[in-house]
Design a protein around this ligand. Sequence first.
Ligand code: SAH
Length: 243
Amino acid sequence: MTFRATVLTIFPDMFPGALGMSLAGKALAAGTWSLETIDIRDFGIGVHRQVDDTPAGGGPGMVMKADVLARAIDSIGADDRPRLLMSPRGRPLTQRRVIDLAAGPGAVILCGRFEGVDERLIEARGLEEVSVGDYVLSGGEIAALVLLDACIRLLPGVMGKAVSAQEESFAQGLLEYPHFTRPQVFEGRPIPGILLSGDHAKIAAWRRSEAERLTRERRPDLATRGDLDSVLENPPKKGPSKA
Ligand code: SAH
C-alpha cells in the first residue's frame, strides 16, 4: 500500500524539498509513498489568480479565500484520506497521531499562508487542524514537511531495523535513553561501563532508568500524558489494501 500525500500550497516548489533526499527520497522513488502537489493559485480568481483577500472586520494581513480553497480541495475528488490543515491553532502533533496516520492511506494537507484561511472553509470541508508546535511559522509548508517526514520514516521498509517502536523517544511516554559509540573515551569522558559489560538484562535496565530520569527532568508532562502506552499493546490496524 502506497502512502499517498496530496499537498495544497501556493508554493509547490517547496515539495518534496528535504523529503526528496535521503531515506524519504529513496522511498519516494521506490513508490513507498507518493506526492502530489496542487497549486492553489491554479484555482485563483481573475488574471492575477487571486487567492487571498482582506479580513472581514478589518485588521492586518490577508486571509485565504474559502471559494478558491474549496475548488482546489474538490479537484482531488473523494477518498478516505484524512484532510488536514496545518495550523498553530490545531491539536499539537504527537507520535501517537503520526503512527495512526502512517498506518493509513495517506493525507491531504492544506498549507496556510498570510493570516490563515477563512473559517467557513475549515468547517465546510471538515478539515482537521494540526499544529507542529506552539510557535508561528510563516506558512504551512514546512509544517507539512515535518508531518510527512515523521510519517514516512515509519512506513514499512523505509528505515528497516533502525525504527523500534518500543524504544524511540515517546514510546511508552518516555524520552529515549542516551546513546554512545566509539571511541571508548572522548575528551576524558568514558562510555558508561555497563554498556560494555555484555550483560543485556543489566543494559536494558540501565537504559530504562536513564529514560525515566531524563523524562522526569525534562518532560514531566509526558510521564502523565501516556500518549503511547496503549499503542504498543494495540498497534494501529492497517487500512484495507488499495492501489
Ligand atoms: N495568524 C495566525 C498565524 C498564521 S501563520 C495565528 O495567529 O494563528 C500562516 C500559516 O502558517 C498558517 O495558516 C498555518 O498554515 C501555518 N502555520 C504557522 N504556524 C504553524 C504551526 N505551529 N503549526 C502548523 N502550521 C503552522
